[in-house]
Design a protein around this ligand. Structure first.
Ligand code: HEM
Length: 504
């Protein structure tokens, strides 16, 4: 009798598992019918579990190569679908549709595909927010990026630039080869420390400075971080239920405390430094005054210290890796292309000479070739190869019968467009002439999305000036040469092991 009942139990169990497998199979099959049913050209899923992402999950391709390949596979269509795991994503190839999504019909695509829900304070910054919270925050913090404010920040960066040159000059004559990527990242940390947190981190002088150590625990991708990012991409809902966090809690608290102490110190000592913290103090004051007048007003900004710290942290999130990548890649390309380096050095030397060795925001803005070189570096090494938007309501694609349904994620292939031979002759060659006035005039303006476009365009566009600033000091003082082959040549990575040989 016991044997019979355990047999029945085992049979039931096997039956249950078989039913689950069969139902899951049909469910997944149905998910992958989405684009077929809507007669939209699409990239076929290569795996039942991972959709079109199998190679990416198995790390057989890089994020950038993968997206470049999707762009190519969907040629010559103006748009097409693919499956991010089971979710249907739409890739837009036609710059005219890109313009509609990012600018003309922005109201229907105002949300980036992000999942910040308040459970992690440092993720509640402009990049991740949506709706009215994003709009109000953008209004409040955009003044920090006005030309006048950036001018003041360039002055703050000067101190870091002087330390940078000192550090570069240090090696003795027979040790002129330098592990430059490390120095760039320390320099970037110091710039963000001083401009965003009002804190002189001095990590150029002390590589183990506490500010840098904590920053690295958050921003440098380690195994746990990658795993959590993957889980978040697969199922944000499950991550919310199981409270999966991306950031290290101790480091998170360090940055919140730092902002708290800095604000309190400045308020009680009436210190003004013309940096981002000053702006946040002003916003906080404004909010308190407005609350005193009308407690129940509808448009309120959260000025808790956690939220203010998140806005400072946005500099790290959005600016750190992009700027480090740009500078590292610029040095690499300048070493590989001596003619470009010569021409740029000439412009820098002439500019320094014409301005008595001084350099500031206005002077930088006039350096045309520098602008071309920085733009070309970003085209070749964009960091994030795509721009994401979520469709907020059903939307008919202009000049087509296809409707993008509410909730579908649309992606704009920054890398794909920037490497399409239709817009960039010889797209795999590093050539600043891709950004000459004539070349830009001949191209569709939405085929060079270096910083995105429309209301959600990069807020740090003018911060790019700091990029030129760093390169300026660097190149004015040194000439770079590739020292060895000890760097990665895969186009999507910062040259992690880049060493340069310095000639003063
Ligand atoms: C070479 C440097 C940089 C590049 C190539 C770059 C590129 C981008 C891109 C492509 C976007 C997405 C735009 C979109 O979705 O339409 C973006 C957004 C953003 N970037 Fe940058 N960025 C750079 C530096 C910075 C810096 C230094 C900051 C510092 C504050 C910054 C702050 C932001 C913010 C806050 C957003 C989100 C804006 C919003 O959603 O309203 N970026 N950036």
């Amino acid at each position: 009798m016991t044997d019979l009942s355990s047999l029945i139990t085992i049979t039931n169990f096997i039956g249950l598992i078989t039913t689950i497998i069969i139902l899951s199979y049909f469910y997944l099959k149905k998910c992958y019918q989405y684009w077929e049913d809507r007669k939209v050209p699409y990239v076929k899923p290569t795996s039942l579990l991972f959709g079109s992402n199998l190679d990416l999950v198995l790390q057989r391709t890089s994020f950038q190569e993968y997206h470049a390949d999707l762009y190519k596979q969907l040629a010559p269509h103006r748009f097409g679908g693919y499956y991010n795991f089971q979710r249907p994503f739409l890739l837009v190839r036609d710059p005219e549709i890109v313009k509609h999504i990012l600018v003309v019909d922005f109201a229907k695509f105002s949300v980036r595909h992000t999942d910040a829900d308040g459970s992690e304070p440092l993720r509640m910054h402009l990049f991740n927010l949506k709706g009215d919270t994003w709009k109000l925050l953008k209004e409040k913090i955009s003044p920090a990026f006005s030309p006048a404010k950036i001018k003041a920040m360039v002055e703050l960066m000067k101190e870091c630039a002087i330390e940078l040159v000192d550090v570069l000059k240090k090696p003795s004559e027979d040790q002129r080869d330098i592990f430059i990527t490390d120095i760039i990242s320390r320099y970037g940390t110091d710039v963000i420390g001083t401009c965003a947190f009002g804190y002189q981190a001095h990590s150029l002088l002390q590589p183990d400075a506490i500010f840098r150590t904590m920053a690295r625990r958050i921003i440098e991708p380690h195994f746990n971080f990658k795993l959590r990012s993957l889980l978040l991409a697969i199922s944000p809902k499950l991550c919310r239920i199981f409270k999966v966090r991306m950031f290290d809690p101790e480091a998170t608290q360090y940055f919140i405390d730092l902002v708290d102490e800095t604000i309190k110190y400045r308020e009680s000592n009436n210190i003004v430094r013309n940096d981002f913290i000053d702006l946040l103090i002003a916003v906080k004051r404004e909010e308190h005054l407005a609350n005193q007048k009308d407690k129940n007003r509808s448009r309120k900004m959260d000025v808790s210290v956690e939220n203010l710290a998140a806005q400072c942290f946005a500099f790290f999130f959005a600016g750190y890796s992009t700027q480090n990548l740009t500078l590292g890649a610029a040095l690499l390309e300048l070493a590989r292309n001596p003619d470009v380096q010569r021409k740029l050095r000439q412009e820098i030397d002439d500019t320094f000479a014409a301005n008595n060795g001084e350099i500031n925001y206005d002077i930088l803005n006039k350096m045309k070739y520098m602008e071309q070189v920085v733009s070309e570096v970003i085209r070749c090494y964009p960091g994030q190869p795509i721009i994401l938007r979520q469709c907020g309501e059903n939307y008919k694609i202009p000049d087509s019968d296809t409707v993008i349904e509410k909730g579908v994620t649309v992606f704009v292939p920054r890398y794909g467009l920037n490497h399409d031979p239709e817009y960039y002759p010889d797209p795999d060659t590093f050539d600043p002439e891709h950004f000459s006035d004539e070349a830009k005039a001949a191209r569709h303006p939405y085929a060079h999305l270096l910083f995105g476009e429309g209301p959600r365009k990069c807020l740090g566009t003018s911060h790019r000036i700091s990029q030129s600033y760093r390169s300026n000091w660097f190149l004015h003082t040194f000439r770079t040469k590739i020292w060895s082959n000890a760097f990665q040549t895969r186009v999507d990575h910062a040259p992690e092991e880049l060493r340069v040989y310095l000639i003063s």
